[in-house]
Design a protein around this ligand. Structure first.
Ligand code: SMO
Length: 697
């Protein structure tokens, strides 16, 4: 069975094919009984009443699935004590929301009723202390000597709350079991269909040829759908166990409880400057939270949160330590930016504080310390190669486009009138992924071309972008080109869409394959020409840019208004300008949510307090200010297209620009530090406390 790709209009009008829409013949629906407490030993687990519930076909517990292998973890920083976990809790529960029993029924509601009828008793224990699972440290130069010589030393603590990625489509998987062949077709809401297949084949000890994975239309992911979940592995196991088709579609509350969350890092940094305002040394100490189990990308934030320091700045000496710690809460993983926003928040807050300390304009202090264009490529102390760009040109363009000098004059005038007005700026880097991606082009004698790639799409207009790349490389019109993505049966083995890699690496694979096919045709070859390319980049492409916001704060209500927002972004060679602008705008919107409103809250017992969109605030269209976007173009020498990433730019730059702006607005009140999100309540209390301090003086 094969369904043609949905055009964007179909997705917009409700006619897309998401995981819940996949055609299944009389499936069993899966629901989970989840742990009501964060820690404890299971004293009673009695499934009889669940099994007796009308419509329920089977109930499974931990003993049924404990023979399955573990999900894999990407060890980007060295792992000292791996987290072992079962797919279904057995004996012990380790977080609220952890699946304890799986119920299969004829309807989704019968499955939920069955789960509710199961008797589960877990006398709750004290929560275990955090445990360090992985750690790494980078040192270069003589930090101690630098701090001894420093004219100014500033320090910053950033406490990021955990965030819930909230894609429009929750997690979901539909498994079509074919009794005639014993094979399954899996419709999975995922960023990485080939990883889904290889993980499942390994866990279930099956030949991969028995598993076909399709990620047809995926309604957003933002890192949350980068890796396979226990619930999804159980769905596929159950299809083989019962020789039936299975559907599991998460509710929004299921996702708040048990999908991966992002951010949550706590970091402390200290920056030393000499009398001229040059950065002498940076010390940083980062702790990234893990939940009770680790998805494939669990360690990426701890790694990116440290190794992207000290951003694009020339710093004489560094001492950067990072660690990832488990806790009895929901799992964490990558979320749009995946450690980059956290590192950038620390660095850009340090720079702003340093500018205030040495009474230099914050843009000017950045300009003095950024690496110059001719210093690139540059190998950083944390092992990165910053490939290309003109970092100070981004600041200069931002200065011009925002009419910066005029904005500062307006600020001064309005402050005299008693208004709370701030200007926040931030520089940022956005490394895109490294490694390989695949593409296959089939060129027909009548001029049509079929492209297939191992990459995937969750709403980024990937098919349109790959069509343009193929059209340019083959010299044919877009209507002669079809693009097939994210189907393990029809596409070459690939990685998928994550880490802003799909144009830089996947797009380069398409480009190189098409060039080779065209060369063969130009060489006189007739008949169908097929070229398959496994393209590996030479290294990460580093997008960069700068962001400015002007904010005002209502002294009576604590409400922040973003009056102006500008950004400059260098994404290298841009293939699809409207898609690139859409990424910048979308990233800015998610960054605004992070800065002003979003936070996952647990109580001291590990109970989730933000389990729905009634409790967890995400920005709406009306919250997003107009964004003035300017682009630079420095091609990356690291890939065939010269493209860089752009998908995470807004989430890396906007939150810290907004935090810097709000703290600039509140500086006259003596407020120097605040944690995101900058809710009206938090700002009102901070202003109230500042007034009390002033009146007590
Ligand atoms: S956070 Mo992205 O999907 O690598």
């Amino acid at each position: 069975m094969s369904i043609p790709p949905s055009p964007q209009t179909a997705r917009l009008t409700g006619r897309g094919c998401y995981a819940a829409d996949a055609p299944l013949e009389k499936p069993l629906y899966l629901a989970f009984l989840r742990s009501p407490v964060a820690a404890g030993r299971i004293s009673t687990l009695a499934v009889a009443e669940g099994l007796a519930t009308r419509g329920v076909h089977a109930v499974h517990t931990g003993t049924d699935v404990d023979h399955l292998g573990d999900l894999s973890v990407n060890p980007v920083i060295p792992i000292s004590t791996p987290l072992a976990y079962p797919l279904l809790a057995k004996d012990q529960v380790e977080a609220v929301g952890q699946p304890v029993a799986a119920v299969l029924a004829d309807t989704p509601h019968a499955a939920l009723d069955g789960a509710e009828a199961i008797l589960l008793d877990v006398p709750d224990d004290a929560l275990p202390p955090p445990r360090t699972v992985a750690a790494q440290r980078w040192q270069a130069g003589d930090c101690e000597a630098a701090f001894d010589q420093a004219t100014w030393v500033v320090d910053v603590t950033i406490r990021h709350p955990r965030l819930a990625p909230c894609p429009m489509e929750p997690r979901g998987i539909s498994v079509d079991y074919d009794p005639a062949t014993g094979c399954v077709t899996i419709w999975h809401a995922t960023q990485t269909p080939h990883r889904t297949r290889s993980e499942l084949a390994r866990m279930l000890s099956l030949d991969p040829s028995r598993l076909r994975v399709i990620a047809q239309d995926v309604g957003g992911a933002f890192g949350m759908k980068a890796s396979l979940y226990p619930e999804e592995a159980i769905a596929v196991w159950a299809a083989f166990r019962h020789r039936r088709s299975i559907r599991w579609i998460a509710t929004r509350s299921d996702d708040f409880l048990s999908a991966t969350q992002g951010r949550g890092l706590h970091s402390h940094g200290t920056l030393a400057l000499d009398a001229a305002g040059s950065f002498l040394a940076l010390k940083a100490d980062i702790t990234a939270p893990l939940g009770h189990w680790m998805p494939h990308s669990a360690l990426i934030p701890a790694w990116n949160g440290a190794r992207t320091l000290p951003s694009g700045y020339q710093v004489g000496a560094v001492d950067i330590a990072t660690r990832a710690q488990s806790g009895p809460l929901g799992p964490t993983g990558i979320y749009r930016g995946a450690g980059r926003p956290e590192a950038n928040a620390l660095m850009e807050r340090l720079v702003d504080k340093a500018a205030r300390a040495c009474a230099v304009d914050p843009l000017e202090l950045r300009r003095r310390n950024l690496l110059s264009a001719d210093a690139l490529p540059f190998k950083t102390a944390t092992g990165n190669t910053l490939d290309s760009g003109d970092y100070t040109a981004a600041l200069d363009r931002l200065y011009l486009n925002s009419d910066y000098a005029n904005l500062r004059q307006q600020q001064t005038a309005r402050r005299k009138e008693g208004e709370l007005v701030g200007i926040g700026t931030a520089f940022y880097l956005e490394p895109s992924g490294s490694g390989w991606e695949s593409a296959r082009v089939t060129l027909h004698p009548d001029g049509r071309a079929e492209i297939a790639s191992g990459s995937s799409s969750q709403g980024q207009a990937r098919r349109e972008t790959y069509t343009r790349i193929a059209s340019d490389a083959l010299g044919i019109t877009p209507d002669q080109i079809t693009v097939d993505l994210a189907d393990t049966a029809t596409c070459p083995e690939g990685i998928g869409a994550l880490a802003s890699r799909s144009t830089a690496i996947g797009g380069s694979a398409v480009h190189v394959a098409c060039q080779a096919a065209r060369a063969r045709r130009n060489g006189g070859e007739t008949g169908v020409i097929t070229v398959e390319e496994r393209y590996e980049n030479a290294g990460q492409a580093w997008g960069y840019g700068a962001c400015l916001v002007m904010v005002s704060i209502d002294a009576d209500t604590g409400v922040t208004t973003i009056e102006k927002a500008c950004c400059v972004d260098d994404a290298g060679v841009v293939v699809n300008a409207s898609a690139s602008l859409g990424q910048i705008r979308g990233g800015f919107a998610q960054g605004l949510g992070e800065a002003l409103m979003e936070a996952v809250h647990y109580d001291a017992d590990g109970q989730l307090l933000t389990g729905s969109l009634m409790d967890y605030a995400v920005p709406r269209a009306g919250d997003i200010p107009p964004l003035e976007i300017a682009s630079l173009c420095t091609p990356s020498p690291m890939n065939a297209l010269g493209a860089k990433g752009v998908g995470e730019a807004g989430t890396i730059s906007a939150p810290i620009a907004i935090l810097n702006g709000v703290l600039d607005a509140l500086a006259p009140l003596g407020i120097t530090d605040l944690d995101m999100p900058l809710t009206p309540c938090k700002l009102w209390h901070a202003m109230d406390a500042a007034k009390t301090r002033t009146s007590l003086r």
